[in-house]
Design a protein around this ligand. Structure first.
Ligand code: KG4
Ligand code: ZN
Length: 349
């Protein structure tokens, strides 16, 4: 069957066609219109500008996805759309568009959780992975650990108590004057810096989460302390000796990145051991990070876990992963009704 996926949860308008034949997924197209250039000027995503731009882009992006896949709207079998979480105005553009399309083509509509999409990007890239899979989903809005014991089921075993890792990258980049989005820029600057130049803390959660006392909480993350430590270092240093030099910015980027990557990988492999993982994956925008990818592969090899990451184009927000998760939901018999609404704080637990 041929699934059209639509993703508009943040600042990328994306549409994709993914087909499955005998359980194998094939990407026919994956079109992404990024709004990064619009939001750069403001140092972060401006929700009102984002939803307006989605409205401008959605028709052309869906048309391009259908054309690139060399198919026709009438040959699409079902439509999958991100229901949440994300920016409500942005989500509403995708949800309304998908509902209208499903109604006019008389095709089923499938709702997808954005993080399920990120997790499914691992299966879209690599086919069936040995289960249980422990997956770290790490993006601008989320840093969570999931255990997938069977296909299509996602159990959250850890999450950030404050900032997401991508958010910490973006905030540190902003305070170093490097622009938005910060992840790719810090990634690049860090390559020319010394990662032991600045001593930065790595937080460990030792107490249970008040909101989820069933979990011990020791697989949770916290990035606000790390961000504050960078802020304090930069403030003290600039008050003393004036503006940072380029090589100092590289050193701070490398030191921050080392602390962030270690915090992510420590919990991920702890979860992998604890839940008897037969595969370990990292998905979401930050999984594009070059050091995270390299250290992940090295540690996994050392500890004997098969390790998986999606291609860069499937790491950051895209509709192919939404179409894939939509296929998973569709085959599990899930359908959305025409009263489907966007849910900015939809949970996947
Ligand atoms: O998954 P995504 O595209 O959108 C959300 O669902 O949030 O993730 C975007 C985040 C941003 O915070 C961005 O700075 C970060 O992913 N990111 C990176 C890299 N590329 C994107 N972070 C670190 N290194 C990268 N190379
Ligand atoms: Zn995302």
């Amino acid at each position: 069957m041929r699934m059209l996926g639509i993703e508009t949860s943040c600042d990328e308008t994306s549409a994709a066609v993914v087909s499955d034949t005998n359980g194998t997924w094939t990407i026919g197209s994956n079109i992404v219109a990024s709004q990064a250039a619009i939001h750069t000027e403001w140092g972060g995503v401006v929700p009102e500008l984002a939803s307006r731009q989605h409205i401008r882009d959605i028709c052309g992006v869906v048309r391009a996805a259908v054309d690139t896949a060399k198919t026709d709207l009438k040959d699409i079998d079902a439509i999958a759309v991100t229901q949440g979480p994300g920016l409500v105005g942005s989500l509403l553009v995708g949800v309304s568009f998908a509902k209208s399309l499903a109604l006019s083509l008389n095709r089923p509509l499938v709702a997808v959780h954005h993080l399920a999409g990120h997790i499914e990007s691992l299966f879209l890239q690599h086919g069936d992975l040995p289960l249980p899979l422990v997956a770290l989903v790490v993006s601008g809005g989320h840093t969570s650990l999931y255990v997938v014991k069977e296909l299509g089921s996602y159990v959250r075993v850890g999450k950030t108590r404050d900032d997401a890792a991508g958010e910490a990258y973006d905030k540190v980049a902003k305070l170093l004057g490097l622009g938005y989005p910060g992840g790719p820029i810090i990634d690049k600057r860090a390559r020319d810096g010394r990662d032991d130049a600045v001593a930065l803390p790595s937080a460990r959660m030792t107490h249970a989460d008040r909101n989820n006392p069933n979990l011990k909480g020791d697989l949770d993350f916290s990035f606000s302390g790390l961000k504050t430590a960078v802020l304090r270092h930069v403030r003290e240093r600039t008050e003393r000796d004036g503006p940072l030099t380029d090589s100092e910015i590289n050193d701070i980027s490398a030191s921050f990145q080392r602390a962030a990557v270690n915090a992510l990988l420590d919990r991920t492999f702890e979860a992998a051991e604890r839940y008897g993982a037969l595969s370990v994956g990292i998905a979401g925008g930050v999984s594009a990070n070059s050091r995270l990818r390299k250290d992940f592969a090295d540690r996994a090899a050392r500890l004997g876990f098969p390790a998986y990451v999606p291609a860069i184009s499937l790491s950051t927000d895209n509709a192919a992963m939404i179409a894939a998760a939509g296929l998973r939901n569709f085959h599990a018999g899930k359908r959305a009704a025409m009263d489907l609404n966007a849910d900015p704080s939809l949970e996947l637990t």
